[in-house]
Ligand binder design. Sequence first.
Ligand code: TYM
Length: 328
Amino acid sequence: RKRVLSGIQPSGKLTLGNYIGAMKNYVALQEEAECFYMIVDLHAITVAQEPAALREQTESVAALFVAAGVDPKQASIFVQSHVPAHAELGWMMTTLSYMGELERMTQFKDKSEGKDAVGAGLFVYPSLMAADILLYKADLVPVGDDQKQHLELTRDLAGRFNHRFGDTLVVPEPFIPKVGARIMSLDDASKKMSKSSPNAGSFIALLDSPDDIRKKISRAKTDLGREVVYDPREKPEISNLLSIYSNCSGESIAEIQARYEGQGYGAFKKDLAERVVETLEPLQRKYAEIRASGAIHDILRDGAERANAVAEQTLREAKEAMGFLLPR
Ligand code: TYM
């Protein structure tokens, strides 16, 4: 069976972008592969987090995984800091990473731009992410388009490790959706939809109420003209809404385009809002159930136990290969 590993940061509210770009594929892969899905709290602290909020968000994201359809019996859901091997292999990967390659990471450039105090953790963030993936010898990593560059670095680091110390780690492949790999902001299709945006109207949070969703979609920016056609260059705003529609309804872009031919943006947006509401309502209902049941702690304990077993084994192999004296 193939191995799958992925993670989401517990910072801010998860958005429809996280769902379409990553979580939908978590669910799609869980039957055929051995899956590990984690909440990356060690990554979240690379920018300042309020302790109470971090704790709450960590639990919330775990519940959202389950609510989105990840089955804790099939897949292991765990918190990164519950598996100490991440920090250890993360350090080892940091020592193998070059300043130059980390400086080229666009996520680092975006997050550090214009700031006068940039935390060192933000810089070595991709080395820790590489360790996350390599610890599980993952074959596939379901992510959105924005993580492609980090995956490239992970592949380089795995290759570098194997070249220097002998074949130990597996070189992973990204698993990126064909439609929806990059869901854009509702107020500006040149920016990706992001949970950290200061404008709440620019993203749909997974826990937004149906009325908020309708409001946000009716206010979403559109392009000149009135034809609902998929053309990311000439009609970036409508194209983004079309990929959201396609992901929520399961229909192809061509089918949707044909339905709204000659109808203009208004009818399309109204229906789109309903497709999004229909997608998120069952998820929200399940989320409320799980939070109320308190079951998440057991799920995370089981998940961490399974994750630790795999991660500790790989860490031992990597330490031995690098020349660490193992305790006897
Ligand atoms: P994060 O927490 O920013 O996002 C979680 C996942 O959601 C995807 N995503 C999107 N997909 C489509 N459209 C969008 N607008 C959008 N916004 C976010 C992301 O691509 C990601 O798959 N570095 C990672 C977390 C991480 C990780 C890992 C991922 C840490 N270790 C190991 C995979 C494997 C991150 O910041 O994701």
